[in-house]
Design a protein around this ligand. Sequence first.
Ligand code: AGP
Length: 362
Amino acid sequence: ARVDKDGHKHFMAKEIAEQPVAIDRALKAYMDDDGQLSLPAELDFTKIERLTMVACGTAFYACMVAKYWFEQIARMPVEVDVASEFRYREPPVPEKTLALFVSQSGETADTLAALRYMEGKAQQIVGLVNVPESSIARESDVILPLHAGPEISVASTKAFTCQLSILLLLALRAAEQRGLPLPDGMPADLRALPGLIHQSLAAEKQITASARGLAEARDIIFLGRGQLYPLALEGALKLKELSYIHAEGYASGELKHGPIALIDEKVPVVVMAPRDALFDKTVSNMQEVMARGGKVILITDAEGAKIAGDGTHEVIVMPQVPDSLAPILYAVPAQQIAYYTAIAKGTDVDQPRNLAKSVTVE
Ligand code: AGP
């Protein structure tokens, strides 16, 4: 069926707004009504000693977040890499490795090549794809469809948050099968995620206003720690893709190992800091930025805003959520910052220069 913009100005705006529905659909595909996980029986994490996740771009950042989940929740050793590096590294593959390939299109050439490398070596190949009739789906032993619905805009949005939601379910499943206690309230609390994503969309108005300032910047830095570090990378990638403004994401703790030299009053710094165990550390990095004149946009929850909002240029307040849900929620302001900065600059949001939706050549 033909997909239209459904009253939105761009496909990207539509796809951002659709996330509560898309995530709800994705979760329902792998969870019963009573909140129990229901994943394909072939996925047996008791037989697996190591997980390798490979992808490109935004899908790779979803894998990076999932690494924290699989390590912390399921205590599994995890390797992640971008497909273009992985395929030529010729990595040795230990026995009992599960290889997981994440791709919206299912046609990304490097990811497919990495899958083929693992085909002869891994015990099992799992494809997390949005297009179920794609090459990656066809060549996987187990296919996990994303259920995000067609994603038309070149910038990936709802596919990313659906990837994260399903990867979190997988990490919970792995923990369950390995006899580990699940984090409080999980997996049942996941059912609140679509509503929380809906709430976080409300920051739109504020972000529209701050994007006008961001559009004037030459460089923008994104900072995050732990699970939010990959979100800093994702925020910077989205902004580069859409607004053509130079942006970099860093792990907050790396700041003093180089990037802090970039900071002056002309460089906006977006800090992603939910009130989790690493909050104080991120805030102390943020204060180092402010001491050098950096203009901080802090994305946090209400409690975080109360503690650390003073002296920042702006605070964007997200709902308070269990730790493992924060990276999914914070994807929304990252998308909106890129979208509205691009609008302020007048660039082609759905079809940014030099980019293709699906990268089918090396
Ligand atoms: C995201 O906004 C990008 N356009 C890009 O990084 C994309 O995620 C990457 O090319 C991977 O695509 P895939 O998910 O279709 O494999």
